[in-house]
Design a protein. Structure first.
Length: 684
């Protein structure tokens, strides 16, 4: 490693753990043979559906009963995708744009319905991931190896029984890790896997679930990933074309997770989780002026510990308690280049303390009310000169109610936010107080529950980040929060078919309108080298999303298909005097979509996926110089396996970007062409 501290000690520990558990698995090879439960949730979501069990097929990506729009990837469908990280999987959702700066180790953030990454909350096992520095969560660091389900909600989750923080975002992504489920006399589940492929990919992983008692179980999951990130790309400067190799894209990362899950005699449930992530990566620069060189480096250490407890009594009252501590460290090194740019070695530390209490009370068979309150403390330090050392104290209180009568549901919520900020030096941003309402309703007009109509309105905001407010030379403590109003109307149809071939079909469609006011943007200051954060932007967003899922069966072969399409018009309406007035905002295509097709027969599975992103513009002005062509990718994979007693072996081969299309998701950050990946796994 190039870092002084590196990951050497973690490598050694990791190899010892793999050796220990490989021996443990081998020692269990001769234990009693039992049929493996088909598609048992959190049985590592393996395709252990061999001759003894029946294939259940892909889980529909839509939840028919949700009062707010939701898209879901779970279980076998999630495993079949040619995806390495959560960010890769989210590409298949409608209304989602992934900002990918190239390569396996590149930064990957999500933008939903053109509201910006900071308006999307990401929850891991029910508790939100935070980043007060820039408000973005790098989804590339969350591997799918330990993820059971991914849910994307527009507005908020449809339950009023949730922490106040869950009401405080325009959209939410919920990541659910695998929770132990033990059958019969099982006490241990072990999964070991190894991935390799293009660009020097080397990635072993291990997961272990252990039943401590009838009420308590433990989980452990780890993955080590290393890649050189060297891939070919095509570059043109309008005079000539050349093919080059991407430099400085190497990544080494180690993820460690451990948890305890249990219940008490009163049926209440509790869990404790610790998560650690260590990485060192090169940061490839934008390809401009025929310059491919980059020596920038970044180190990350992310740690959090969280705990939750939820009552499960049959009475009218329920209580939920959550707590979390997180510590994030990031070092960014930029050496000097040919004496033109000075060197930079910036280090940042963030700490977050979080506590939440939520209660729900059923007044009668028609009306429920919920009250939740959250306390949040964020602080940040850096080695930068003249740094402000900010601290933010946030209090969130949400009052919500739900009326449900027959096939009609209606929810309303009011979120109160109080924010106080302090700094050790320099001026602090002013205190903030705001009330944010939301209203949702749904109706099932027919008793067969085949059709669900729904609509929602939500008024929400996002605070300026610490970088927006306090970054040396560009921060602006006078920034106002960025406000968003959301309107949505849609429907869901779910139909189980009696045909011998067609099994089921579901359709979800939504039309929406969003208005963003006081959008925070960076604008040049007194000279082009000095930028300042300002409230200048105003955006109108109109869009429509369609998602369709269908399943069929031909003999012993199960077929499942999912289609997603998005139309989006996101126009800059800041000022009628601007040249770019009513131009499409950068990197937002009008048309985009995806298609997934899976065929499974006994122990063989074939998967095909397609992603399309339409024409876009890289800058505010929609002129030919800023035009970016549409791109699309085709991915295919095949997997098969066999079982010996209690161990299931599986092999998967994948080809990504089958037709080797060169493309930029972000201008001048070229993406890889065709690539290959192979996975071997063993499940006990």
């Amino acid at each position: 490693m190039k870092s002084g501290r590196g990951l050497t000690s973690y490598r050694l520990t990791y190899i010892l753990c793999l050796a220990l558990f490989s021996g443990s698995i081998a020692s269990h090879t001769e234990v009693f043979a039992q049929a493996i439960t088909p598609n048992a949730k959190n049985r590592f979501s393996t395709n252990d559906t061999l001759k003894e069990v029946q294939i259940k097929g892909i889980k529909p990506s839509l939840r028919h009963t949700s009062i707010t729009p939701v898209q879901t990837l779970a279980g076998q469908q999630l495993e079949n995708l040619n995806s390495l990280s959560v960010a890769d999987a989210l590409r298949f959702f409608s209304g989602v744009q992934i900002k990918d700066y190239g390569g396996i180790g590149g930064l990957k953030t999500v933008n939903i319905r053109s509201l910006g990454s900071q308006h999307t909350a990401v929850f891991y096992d029910g508790i939100q991931l935070g980043n007060a520095q820039d408000g973005e969560i790098d989804l590339g660091r969350f591997s799918l190896d330990n993820i059971e389900e991914i849910d994307l909600y527009n507005s908020q989750r449809s339950s009023i029984f949730q922490p106040a923080r869950a009401f405080a975002a325009a959209s939410s992504i919920y990541l659910q890790s695998k929770i132990p489920v033990f059958k019969n006399n099982d006490r241990d589940h072990v999964r070991a896997a190894f991935k390799t492929g293009s660009f020097g990919l080397f990635s072993p992983s291990l997961a272990w679930q252990h039943k401590i008692s009838n009420k308590i179980s433990s989980t452990f999951s780890t993955e080590w990933q290393r890649t050189d990130g060297r891939y070919k790309f095509r570059y043109t400067n309008s005079v000539y074309d050349t093919t080059a190799v991407r430099q400085n894209g190497d990544t080494e990362a180690l993820r460690l997770e451990g948890g305890l899950h249990g219940s008490f005699a009163d049926s209440s449930e509790w869990s404790v989780k610790i998560f650690q992530y260590f990485s060192e990566r090169g940061l490839p620069r934008a390809i401009v002026r025929n310059n491919f060189e980059s020596r920038d480096r970044q180190w990350d250490r992310n740690t959090f510990v969280q705990a939750s407890w939820t009552s499960r009594s049959n009475g009218p009252f329920q209580l939920m308690l959550n707590a979390k501590y997180a510590h994030d460290y990031m070092r960014y090194l930029q050496p000097g280049y040919d004496n033109i740019e000075g060197s930079m070695d910036n280090r940042y530390r963030q700490k977050e303390f979080y506590a939440s209490a939520a209660g729900r009370y059923s007044l009668n068979s028609l009306l429920d009310i919920a009250l939740s309150t959250d306390l949040l403390v964020n602080d940040m330090s850096s080695n930068m000169a003249h740094f402000s050392y900010p601290a933010r104290y946030t209090s969130l209180t949400a009052l919500a109610s739900e009326f449900h009568s027959g096939r009609f549901r209606m929810q309303g919520s009011l979120l109160g936010t109080l924010i106080n900020e302090t700094t050790e030096q320099n001026a602090a941003a002013g205190n903030k107080e705001k009330l944010s309402p939301a209203f949702t309703a749904s109706w099932q007009p027919f008793p067969q529950n085949t059709l669900l109509l729904r609509a929602f309105y939500k008024d929400i905001f996002r605070m300026p980040t610490f970088n927006d407010l306090y970054y040396t030379f560009s921060g602006n403590t006078a920034l106002r929060p960025e406000n968003t109003k959301q309107y949505d109307a849609g429907f869901t149809i779910l139909k189980h078919l009696s045909s011998r071939f067609w099994q089921s079909i579901s359709l979800q469609a939504d039309a929406y309108y969003n208005h963003v006011k006081d959008k925070i943007v960076a604008v040049p200051g007194e000279n082009i080298a000095t930028w300042m954060m300002m409230n200048l932007g105003e955006v109108n967003i109109k869009g429509a999303e369609v998602n369709m899922t269908t399943s069929a069966k031909a003999g012993k072969t199960s077929l499942n298909a999912t289609l997603a399409y998005t139309y989006q018009q996101a126009l800059d309406v800041t000022s009628a005097s601007d040249f770019n007035y009513r131009h499409q905002i950068p990197y937002t295509p009008e048309h985009s979509g995806s298609f997934i097709l899976n065929a499974t027969r006994e122990n063989i599975s074939l998967n095909y996926s397609y992603i399309y992103t339409g024409e876009r513009y890289s800058q505010k002005a929609n002129i030919p110089d800023n035009y970016m062509e549409p791109w699309y990718t085709h991915d295919i994979s095949a997997s098969g396996g066999f079982k010996t007693k209690k161990i299931v072996y599986k092999a998967t081969a994948e080809v990504n970007n089958l037709f080797n299309q060169y493309r930029d998701v972000i201008l001048n950050f070229p993406m890889p062409g065709r690539s290959y990946r192979f996975t071997l796994s063993m499940n006990y």
